[in-house]
Design a protein around this ligand. Sequence first.
Ligand code: RP5
Length: 215
Amino acid sequence: MGTIRRGVLREDLPGSRNISPAARAGRTEHGAGCSHSANPGLDGLPRSRPLCYCRLMKAAIIFGSESDRAVMRKAADVLRELGVAFSAHIISAHRTPELLAEMVKRLEAEETGVIIAGAGLAAHLPGVIASQTLIPVIGVPVSSGGLSGLDALLSMVQMPRPVPVATVGLDNAANAGFLAGEILALKDEALRKRLEEWRVEMKAAFAASAEGVDL
Ligand code: RP5
């Protein structure tokens, strides 16, 4: 419980299950500056960069099943690190299609800037979402079932025009988080700077490794 700790969390649609007590309470968790608490950070990265979540455009993370949670958490971790407010929901395109349509309408009404959608097997979730909105949709194929995710990957990447799903690699929800950040950064200078910092830190870490490593 409590794995989505930051962002706008709610659980007011039946069947939309978030994973923290805050979600169940329908509470909005803001960051400081405007009073947000310390940034939890990603493992191995700075943990208390001051961020203001409230003024940023929002993202949404939707995934098809509880069994996708561990993979999709990686997208949430990146969004938190970038200071992007988000909501998270478990809604299935096959099992609860009506709820999904309702959620897409709601996210549009809330002017959500980007949707990350993850699913496995016959993974229609991102495509069905994309069919109902012009909000950019990033698909995360989850490797489950007998075909180890190839089924999900092809379902997402082979969308017919003009209904694209920007598909990341198998289980690579972290990259979905970064791509979502880049999309939102088109209208958010502070977010663009944070993404630039990420690249600088990443290059520095790789440069240090190039100097020599223990084997
Ligand atoms: C998909 O089917 C889900 O996204 C999940 O990856 C897969 C298996 O779902 P469960 O049977 O574990 O709920 O819809």
